[in-house]
Design a protein around this ligand. Structure first.
Ligand code: PHE
Length: 350
């Protein structure tokens, strides 16, 4: 190759490779390829000094050098403009995109929505009542006179406020205040579902100080335990699945008579208490899981709510949302407080 041409080529390559940004590259482009003063352009003009075979050879060599330099400019331009990727590997438009993180409702909010929907279908309307409540609605009107030992079960938070006509102020330790609040409205029959936050002074692996309950109340003429059973059977089959059974166990609450605890057959062992390998079921006690309390509304509660207990009667139930949800998911969480710890690694699973 012509000596001068060779020298110019090497010099240009070296400088182009050293360029650190697009501006330097543009300057070099002008320096070498500029239409008037460009060094390569000028050198190519020297072709006029050759003739014959020599002219042909010089022309071919100069074109080759020009091509090499243009390619190198292209490559470096891509590096600066083309997202830093080397030529040929710029953007793979067929690669799957990265999904931005997307939130969803908390597991307990999902459960509440589902419970609300299920009861709505059989005419139980969702209501909400105060979570800072008078003693009378939380206890006294529910057939629990002042200082009655039954109150101990509800580890109550009291509000540091003056006592009113209806006693002290408390944070609702259960949703049963909703029974009296609903009756007080004076509209019969009643089919309500009161889903709300409840508070108790307990915090350990199986208790959170704030949790949720859903309270059902049905008041009409001639309501019997069969109605209660029918409604639970419906709910359990909708929420847990068509194979699940319920059973009623006798229990005691001040505000219902008779009172029951409701169990559902276990979804893991199918109600047998044993797994297919013969081992004891890890989730349940002998095939059954405890859901929560229920019973026929006590006449004293009807009276307190202003309902004529000679004409009307009904049933009520109050269950924990967290507990009910965990049973649905077949979950045995080591520490129930996880539900409210905002650890996304846990919450994203539901
Ligand atoms: N309020 C009761 C509790 O918190 C549950 C219940 C509600 C029982 C209604 C019977 C009737 O445990």
């Amino acid at each position: 190759m012509d000596n001068n041409l060779e020298q110019l080529k090497n010099q240009a390559i070296e400088e182009i490779k050293k360029a650190v940004d697009i501006n330097q590259l543009r300057d070099l482009e002008i320096k070498y390829l500029g239409r008037k003063g460009g060094e390569l352009t000028k050198m190519m003009g020297q072709i006029e000094n050759f003739s014959g075979e020599e002219r042909k050879r010089f022309g071919a060599e100069a074109n080759e050098v020009k091509k090499i330099i243009i390619d190198l400019f292209e490559q470096r331009k891509n590096e600066f403009e083309g997202l830093g990727a080397p030529v040929g590997a710029l953007i793979d438009v067929t690669a799957p995109g990265i999904l931005p993180p997307e939130g969803h409702l908390h597991m307990i909010s999902q459960a509440i929505e589902e419970i609300e929907e299920i009861f709505k279908k059989i005419g139980f309307n969702r209501v909400r009542y105060p979570e800072v409540e008078w003693d009378w609605y939380a206890f006294e009107g529910l057939n629990m006179p002042k200082d009655h030992p039954a109150r101990d079960e509800w580890e109550t938070f009291f509000i540091d406020a003056p006592e009113g006509e209806k006693g002290k102020m408390v944070l609702t330790p259960h949703t049963s205040n909703g029974q009296l609040r609903e009756m007080e409205k004076g509209k019969l029959p009643i089919r309500m579902i009161n889903i709300s936050k409840t508070y108790r002074r307990q915090s350990d692996i199986s208790h959170v100080p704030m949790f949720h309950q859903f309270e059902g109340l049905y008041i009409d003429k001639n309501v019997t335990v069969s109605h209660l059973k029918g409604v639970f059977d419906y709910f359990v089959k909708q929420f847990f699945g068509s194979k699940r059974e319920i059973r009623l166990r006798p229990y005691h609450f001040q505000f219902t008579e008779p009172s029951f605890e409701i169990d559902i057959s276990c979804g893991i062992c199918g109600g047998s208490g044993k797994l297919s390998d013969g081992n004891k079921c890890r989730l349940c006690k002998e095939g059954w899981l405890e859901l929560g309390g229920a019973g026929m509304v006590h006449p004293n509660v009807l009276k307190a709510g202003g309902v004529d207990h000679k004409k009307y009667n009904g049933f009520a139930f109050g269950w924990g949302v967290e507990r009910t949800y965990m049973m649905k998911a077949g979950l045995k969480i080591d520490d129930i407080r996880m539900i409210y710890k905002n650890d996304l690694r846990f919450l994203e699973q539901f």
